[in-house]
Design a binder for this molecule. Structure first.
Ligand SMILES: [Zn+2]
Ligand SMILES: [Zn+2]
Length: 89
């Protein structure tokens, strides 16, 4: 997946501080103002952004982590064989 970082305003890679009329700066500020598809927060500056719809990389990773959980989690909890033992005895 592609990762995008909107650089912090005032840095060489980032938009101007405050308002300006540069097309590139408007674009960068627009991206930073977009809402994360997962947590709903602004994508922001200096943050790794990924995905479509856009979201924070950390949120995408959180989704990926929870997506794996149901497969591994509850299967070995409890003692499924104890009932059978009780029936036998
Ligand atoms: Zn500018
Ligand atoms: Zn997020």
């Amino acid at each position: 997946m592609s990762i995008l970082i909107v650089a912090t305003p005032g840095t060489p890679e980032g938009p101007c501080r405050g308002s300006c009329d540069h097309r590139k700066c408007h674009l960068l500020r627009e991206i930073a103002q977009e809402r994360c598809g997962h947590c709903g927060g602004h994508l922001g500056f200096g943050t790794k952004i990924t995905g479509d719809p856009s979201m924070h990389l950390r949120c995408a990773q959180a989704i990926a982590a929870t997506a794996h959980d149901p497969i591994n989690a509850p299967v070995h909890h409890g003692h499924p064989l104890s009932e059978h033992h009780n029936i036998k005895h």
